[in-house]
Design a protein around this ligand. Structure first.
Ligand code: ATP
Ligand code: MG
Length: 254
């Protein structure tokens, strides 16, 4: 990996870029994943590279939804593996559920590499190498799923997911938690809870919320969810972008 000085103003984003590039070199991230990261970076820049108040509320609601679920599941793709493999293992552990490798540009080699990486980071249960069913409404490779994982789940966490797959999971009656920096993406608009934040910041905070909320009575978790409005959250994210841009522009023109 290229050495990046810690003092660089874009340090975190450059490290993330290196990690995704490394994922491509090692064969678990697709080349298209580089472009997806670029789109994410752009939105992160507009948001001010911070977890905003609306994202923090979505993270809390997402944690409540995962804890209230009967069968929650977590999807991992090549970008997620490159950026937060260890953090995803910690989240799965906090919830005591498996991780499922689920790829948009599926190849058996990439699925195996990602599963091996997750196991190397300590995952005990990784699904996705032997799909035995499919999600209705998607073409073959994208539809592949595993019984006991995402296919049977009532709540699915889908970081950096495509809009079609998000919709197909919702059509199966599942509730979906997205992590997506683009508040205008189809995924963010359709999901039950949309966390508009960088996955690098969002996943550790989600795990922390899961830990904190796991001691609360179910009625507290239900209250968090009942008070959550995804449309309002997305409108909040757009407003936070506007405010940040106004502030930055004013600073620059002083
Ligand atoms: P949709 O099909 O839902 O409209 P899209 O076509 O915009 O989505 P893709 O390019 O298929 O989305 O997937 C990448 C999505 O993931 C983008 O919306 C991008 O903003 C987001 N993304 C990329 N990198 C990150 C990251 N590090 N953290 C959070 N989100 C990210
Ligand atoms: Mg898309």
């Amino acid at each position: 990996m290229t050495e990046i000085p810690k003092s660089h103003p874009r340090y975190a984003s450059l490290v993330a870029r290196e990690r995704v590039a490394e994922g491509v070199k090692k064969g678990y991230t697709s080349t298209q994943g580089l472009i997806a990261q670029g789109r994410g970076e752009c939105f992160d820049y507009l948001l001010g590279e911070r977890t905003t108040a609306s994202a923090a509320a979505a993270i809390r609601a997402g944690a409540a939804l995962l804890l209230l679920a009967e069968r929650p599941a977590i999807s991992v793709n090549g970008n997620v593996a490159a950026l937060v493999s260890e953090e995803m293992v910690a989240l799965a552990r906090a919830l005591n559920i498996p991780l499922e490798v689920n790829l948009f540009h599926r190849s058996e080699d990439r699925v195996k590499k990602i599963a091996d990486l997750l196991r190397e980071k300590g995952a005990e249960d990784v699904l996705g190498e032997r799909p035995d069913t499919s999600v209705p409404g998607l073409d073959h490779a994208r539809a592949l799923a595993t019984r006991g994982g995402i296919y049977d789940a009532d709540v699915v966490l889908i970081p950096l997911e495509d809009g079609d797959r998000c919709e197909a999971l919702l059509a199966m009656g599942k509730r979906v938690i997205a992590i997506d920096l683009n508040p205008l993406s189809r995924t963010a608009k359709k999901a039950t809870v949309s966390i508009v934040d960088n996955i690098l910041r969002a996943v550790p905070q989600l795990t922390e919320e899961v830990r904190q909320l796991s001691n609360k009575p179910l009625s507290d978790l239900e209250k968090i969810l009942n008070e959550y409005d995804n449309q309002e959250t997305l409108a909040g994210a757009v407003q936070e972008i506007r405010d940040h841009l106004d502030e930055q522009f004013r600073k620059g023109s002083d």
